[in-house]
Design a binder for this molecule. Structure first.
Ligand SMILES: Cc1ncc(C[n+]2csc(CCOP(=O)(O)OP(=O)(O)O)c2C)c(N)n1
Length: 323
């Protein structure tokens, strides 16, 4: 079991890492524009959560490439989206922050901090009314938990008893503001503990995240009620490509890099015999080929047509007013 899991975790975490390293390069070349938020350093939270949760609706913020990859969305379609191409997962109209694939129950990619949390509660309420047990996974940052919407959403989720897993990825920063300067309660899980069961997990350890998510899922499915996990993690890059992240000391960054989640996974897997050096090398080669293929696909894809400007617009009367 751990062998198969370790292989799966390594594949998705390595794919996420190399995919994003390449995104950064392509951004600097001018092939990707707009906003670009990387999750380098946070792969254990993203992969552990999505693999552990399995099926079910997924709502997340703008730092979502690795989540989309772990959900199984084709890397070519994600890269094409970042390049703003018509073949992209959101037809090139969403960009990095708005990956969207309803066929895979992937509802974003949301740019407005915390705005997707009530959406997730609404989806969970719908699941409950439909008599489904699958539940909804809702991921957000520590900064989002200072937004009023967060409190309203956890209140209603608890009151209505809906099947949703709230997963906070606490990376200590909201852009350049440290948690100690933005949150009166620094242990984020305490904000939710009067509403639902909560737990804190080491977000650099993919197995720990995975196991916590399994516990949460079992609870949600048994009782149909919400659950809250705080995963402690760190982003190695700045908030976005526009941010060098120099409000953090090199010492602090180095301290967290020593616990690089991919490094931890490899060390443990080799020690336990879950992975061999040879298996790791084969996965690395596969990942390299997938990332290259994604970039070539994005480069050779067409731009969206002008007509696309008038589609996927949420407005009942648009067809009347737009020629
Ligand atoms: C409602 C709202 N307020 C402010 C912003 C600007 N903003 C973008 S990201 C961000 C920080 C969010 O931090 P956190 O939720 O911890 O997520 P992280 O980027 O650390 O993953 C802010 C304030 C926004 N996009 N939406």
């Amino acid at each position: 079991m751990s062998q198969t899991l370790a292989e799966k975790f390594y594949y998705f975490m390595k794919l996420g890492r190399e995919f994003e390293v390449r995104c950064k390069e392509e951004y600097l070349k001018g092939n990707i524009s707009g906003f670009l938020h990387l999750a380098i350093g946070e792969e254990a939270v993203h992969v552990g959560a999505v693999v552990g949760f399995g099926k079910g609706d997924l709502f997340c913020p703008y730092r979502e490439h690795v989540l989309a990859l772990a959900r199984g969305i084709d890397p070519k379609l994600i890269m094409a989206e970042l390049f703003g191409k018509a073949t992209g997962v959101s037809k090139g109209k969403g960009g990095s922050m708005h990956l969207y694939e309803p066929k895979m129950d992937f509802y974003g990619g949301n740019a407005i901090v915390a705005a997707h949390i009530p959406h997730a509660v609404g989806a969970a309420y719908a699941r409950k009314l439909m008599g489904e047990k699958a539940g909804v996974l809702c991921i957000f940052g520590d900064g989002a938990t200072n937004n009023g919407t967060f409190f309203e959403a956890i209140n209603m989720a608890s009151l209505w008893e809906v099947p949703v897993l709230f997963l906070c990825e606490n990376n200590y920063y909201a852009i350049g503001t440290h948690i100690s300067r933005s949150s009166a309660i620094k242990e984020i899980h305490l904000k939710a503990r009067d509403y639902m069961p909560t737990e804190v997990v080491d977000g650099m350890d993919v197995f720990a995240v995975y196991e916590a998510v399994l516990r949460a899922k079992a609870y949600i499915e048994e009782y149909g009620k919400p659950y809250f996990i705080e995963a402690i993690t760190y982003r190695f890059e700045g908030h976005s490509m526009a941010d060098k992240g120099d409000y953090r000391s090199p010492r602090e960054i180095e301290m967290f890099k020593k616990r690089d989640p991919i490094k931890l996974l490899v060390e443990r897997s080799l020690k336990e015999g879950w992975l061999t050096e040879e298996q790791i090398r084969i996965i690395d080669q596969k990942v390299e080929a997938i990332v290259e293929e994604s970039v070539q696909f994005a480069l050779s894809s067409p731009e969206p047509s002008e007509e696309e400007l008038y589609t996927d617009i949420y407005c009942g009367v648009c067809s009347d007013v737009i020629p």
